[in-house]
Write a protein that binds this ligand. Structure first.
Ligand SMILES: *Cc1c(COP(=O)(O)O)cnc(C)c1O
Length: 421
């Protein structure tokens, strides 16, 4: 099936007389006929449902849809994008391990990697996305267990060279994780370029309507965890009566282990109602992504020619530093997110934003309504000046998330901002 069809039909196939729409199963528990049946469920929790802390029919329908959209063998939903990235790493790394990530990753991810995971004894080694293969290779240590990057970084809008990083990760016997939040599988499917695990903040375009916070981890099912580097996959799991994930769940050991160990223990699973809302967003995702890309391209072209604007970052623009990589990985468009720098730095950026009437000033992105954010004083507030530079953030930088209003009205609003400078 093509993407449009998957978005409407994957994950839920009603049988005779069933509801047409994925039902909201608002129940924490599931009933079995006998003690023996319950015992059997514990023997293989992938076969039936035990408890809504780590499995629920509504959520699982959406998981199956997203797995199909990405071309993976399985997916696990989480209660936020942060939880998705946290579990994606913890499924591979324990205290004493390290992993490699690019410094342009989302500010929340940067904090998680650089501060909280470090506190747990997991080291994040940062390597610039434009580093040569030799430089990336030099960053690997014997304890390095994964490589991580964002297809289209939020808000730096750098384009991650998935093939380059996948090749080096695989040469070192570790999987590549790609956060595909901004691109969504409509614009890029990282598995087709060699990624092994995809993560999402479904709070963004996938939901699209700013209704629920959620995340997703998707498993390509291709990486070989029996190469000696991942004993947690190949040795008996004492917390699960001695299961060996690469034996018992050889088709999808990564995502099975994530659910059985990590979701069981951390419990950051979404509510059925949230999954239902996410599913509504997914149904129209391909139509919306096309329109976001169209609108944003026109807005980016307008801003590029405007006085008062020092620079515009939008990989869809021919002059953008990442245009060549965007043409390769994102040929159908580079999302609705644009960042631009107002001449005069922070005070002028604030003046510009405060004179907008249509675009709302909010801590969100990839919404159906146009919104703006000042990263230096909001999402990236915790970062030092050096980290801001490394993350590609300037004091005058504004992140503009172009919505689905008429592009004419959006541009009129931006003219108001320009007039205030
Ligand atoms: C927003 C975002 C996250 C975090 O997701 P939440 O749903 O807000 O927890 C992670 N990665 C990227 C690229 C994001 O844009």
């Amino acid at each position: 099936m093509d993407m449009e069809t998957k978005c409407l039909h994957s994950g839920y196939t009603p049988k005779n007389g069933d509801p047409r729409v994925v039902p909201i199963v608002q129940s924490t528990t599931y009933v079995y006929d006998s003690t023996d049946e319950v015992a059997g469920v514990f023997d293989d929790p992938t076969k039936s449902i035990i408890y809504s802390r780590f499995a629920n029919p509504t959520v699982m329908a959406v998981e199956a849809k997203v797995a199909d959209m990405e071309g993976g063998v399985g997916a696990m939903a989480t209660s936020s994008g942060q939880a998705a990235n946290l579990l994606a790493i913890l499924n591979l790394c324990a205290a004493g391990d390290s992993f490699i990530a690019t410094p342009s990753v989302y500010g929340g991810t940067l904090n998680l990697f650089n501060i909280t995971l470090r506190r747990l004894g997991i080291e994040c080694i940062f390597v610039d996305e434009e580093a040569s293969e030799e430089e990336i290779q030099a960053a690997f240590k014997p304890n390095t267990k994964a490589v991580f990057g964002e297809t289209l970084a939020n808000p730096a809008l750098t384009v991650f060279d998935i093939e380059k990083f996948a090749k080096i990760a695989h040469a070192n016997g570790v999987p590549l994780i790609v956060d595909n939040t901004f691109a969504t599988p409509v614009l890029c499917r990282p598995f087709e370029w060699g990624a092994d695990i995809v993560t999402h903040s479904t709070s963004k375009y996938m939901d699209g309507h700013a209704l629920q916070c959620g995340g997703m981890i998707v498993d390509a099912g291709k990486f070989d965890y029996t190469n000696g580097k991942f004993p947690e996959f190949t040795e008996p799991d004492e917390s699960y009566h001695g299961i060996v994930y690469t034996d018992k769940y050889a088709d999808a050991p990564y995502i099975t282990k994530a659910r059985m160990q990590l979701m069981r223990d951390f419990g950051c699973y979404p509510a059925a109602h949230s999954a239902f809302l996410l599913n509504l967003g997914l149904e129209t995702l391909p139509v919306r992504m096309r329109q976001y890309c169209d609108n944003a391209m026109q807005v980016a072209t307008f801003l590029e020619q405007a006085d008062g604007i020092a620079s515009v970052t939008y990989p869809g623009l021919p002059g953008d530093r990442y245009h060549a990589l965007a043409e390769k990985y994102l040929p159908d468009g580079t999302s609705g997110v644009i960042s631009f720098v107002v001449k005069g730095g922070r005070p002028q950026a604030v003046k510009f934003m405060d004179s907008l009437k249509l675009a709302s000033n909010e801590v969100h992105v990839a919404d159906i309504r146009t919104c703006v954010l000042h990263p230096a004083s909001a999402t990236h507030r915790q970062l030092t000046d050096e980290q801001l530079v490394a993350a590609g953030i300037d004091g005058g930088m504004i992140r503009l998330s172009v919505g689905l209003e008429s592009v004419h009205d959006i541009i009129e609003d931006l003219k108001r901002g320009l007039a205030a400078l």
